[in-house]
Write a protein that binds this ligand. Structure first.
Ligand SMILES: Cc1cc2nc3c(=O)[nH]c(=O)nc-3n(C[C@H](O)[C@H](O)[C@H](O)COP(=O)(O)OP(=O)(O)OC[C@H]3O[C@@H](n4cnc5c(N)ncnc54)[C@H](O)[C@@H]3O)c2cc1C
Length: 456
């Protein structure tokens, strides 16, 4: 029964590309094992919430395993803050269940609508990478079902090679079944948030780097249509966890209450004129103007997940979707590389609604883990065809020239030679993959695009 698949079109959050895939949806772990052992699809890839932007969780004309029904909470110990759960549990479910009890995720990306398995496979980072690194830092261990049908516990002590190949390994080492995560006890569900407008890139960069010392969280939203002397002007949002005494009296009675804002939704795909550069310019200018300097108490929901407040917001890009681009540049070349990327974007008259600058700390041991010490820039572009692909291609070349790398969870068009140049541990990753999955039972459209499948 569980071996039956349904052919359906799938995409990532960017809605580009869209591929027909054979979709399996196991209800239990034994069914997942059965699928890996004997489903007729040539190979398979795991899919969590489909929030990676490109083709990481797609497998054109082959198998995709939806994990969403394998989502049980297995154990939580309030004395230690250790959570044990299946891989399809979402960060939102963890927060909904455990924030009211005073626990939060030490590392969280800009959306909570992702699964634990997807978070580990992309080794996600948050607004505190400069301090706390990626999710692998809060990960004690996980169990992985390999392409050979073995279930292996992976940690810093057991199957260490597989642990570091799988954190950031984009599902290509096997299916993560469950994981143990270290949560953090928090006094409140709020941050003390300082907003500061920075008039240009230099100001934004120096302020964001200074924040490493005094602020746990930092992110800058760039107006990526500002040019000339205003190039890179930004709104910088820096924050620290708010202690109980900082909250207004009304919130102190229930300091861990989740203040979910009203959640509007984009009901249909917007037509392409809605994303004209004129409208984008208006949006970017209005965002810059609307944010006044100041200090305020902000709920976690507002600070960490502003995009989650709008349901289906990816529909604003219309039917053709968007291309996301996120890269990190080393400290030494951050300024120069960022100027080049922003100028190229402005010249192309390709606005981005969401241009985000973050400071990143030292790299971890994940072989394909994305962050390295420096500065990360994320942009998104409506998919208007070859001109946008050419722009992203140019951005990739700039990243390469400055010794940086592109984030695979956001990517849909990097080339194999570029990947090799950006990720020096790729060869080691491929060796480990070949050791545990010699038949390449796990593969994906991204793996084939990036030349990660080797001839048997
Ligand atoms: C609005 C938005 C904001 C974001 N902000 C950030 C951010 O700040 N920082 C950041 O790091 N990322 C960010 N991301 C990216 C996102 O966190 C990652 O793409 C994450 O991997 C998505 O998880 P998912 O459950 O949706 O996984 P999917 O998109 O379904 O899959 C992603 C990868 O994980 C693999 N995978 C999924 N489940 C399993 C499993 N059980 N076993 C093995 N492999 C598995 C898939 O094969 C695929 O390669 C953001 C995405 C969005 C849409």
């Amino acid at each position: 029964m569980s071996l039956r698949s349904a052919r359906q079109p799938l995409s990532g959050w960017g809605r580009y590309p869209v591929y027909e895939c054979d979709v399996y949806r196991p209800e239990r772990l034994d069914q997942l094992s059965e699928i890996v052992a004997s489903a007729p699809s040539t190979n398979l890839i795991s899919r969590g919430q489909g929030r990676s932007y490109g083709d990481a969780s797609l497998n054109q004309d082959r198998g995709v395993v939806l994990h969403d029904r394998l989502d049980r909470f297995l154990d939580f110990d309030p004395a230690t803050g250790i959570l044990h759960c299946e891989a399809a549990v979402t960060l939102a479910e963890i927060i909904d269940s455990l924030l009211p009890r005073g626990f939060f995720l030490p590392i969280t990306p800009g959306t909570k609508r992702i699964s634990v398995g997807g978070a580990i496979a992309a080794d996600v980072h948050g607004k505190n990478h400069h301090r706390d690194g990626t999710i692998s830092n809060q990960l004690l261990d996980f169990r992985l079902l390999t392409g050979q049908g073995e279930v292996l516990r992976c940690s810093r002590e057991e199957n260490v090679d597989l642990f570091w190949a799988s954190t950031g390994g984009m599902g290509l080492t096997g299916a993560i079944l469950d994981a143990r995560l270290q949560l953090r006890a928090v006094e409140t569900a709020y941050v003390e948030n300082t907003t500061e407008r920075c008039r240009d890139l230099d100001t934004a960069l120096s302020r964001i780097l200074e924040s490493d010392r005094d602020y746990e969280y930092a992110v800058a939203w760039i107006d990526c249509l500002a040019r000339g002397r205003s190039l890179g002007r930004s709104v910088l949002l820096r924050a620290n966890a708010a202690p109980l005494e900082a909250l207004p009296a009304a919130a102190r009675n229930d300091p861990h209450a989740i203040r979910a804002p009203w959640r509007p939704s984009v009901p249909i795909d917007l037509p392409s004129f809605a994303l004209s550069s004129f409208n984008m310019k208006l949006f970017n200018s209005a965002f810059y103007a609307a944010n006044r300097d100041g200090r305020r108490i902000t709920s976690y929901e507002q600070y960490f997940y502003p995009l989650d407040a709008v349901g289906h917001w990816n529909r604003i890009y219309g039917k053709k979707g968007c291309l996301q681009f996120q890269a990190v540049l080393p400290l030494s070349s951050s300024r120069e590389g960022l100027v080049e990327m922003l100028e190229r974007t402005v010249d192309a008259r390709r606005a981005s609604f969401l241009a985000v600058l973050k400071s990143t700390g030292p790299a971890c041991d994940g072989l394909l883990s994305f962050p390295l010490e420096g500065t990360s820039l994320a942009l998104d572009f409506p998919n208007t065809g070859p001109d946008v692909l050419a722009l992203v291609e140019d951005l990739h070349e700039i990243v390469l020239r400055h010794g940086g790398r592109v984030y695979l969870a956001k990517d849909s068009c990097l080339r194999p030679d570029q990947l090799r140049a950006m990720y020096p541990e790729l060869g080691r990753f491929q060796e480990i993959r070949a050791k545990y999955d010699p038949q390449q039972r796990f593969s994906s459209s991204m793996a084939r695009r990036l030349g990660l499948e080797v001839a048997p």
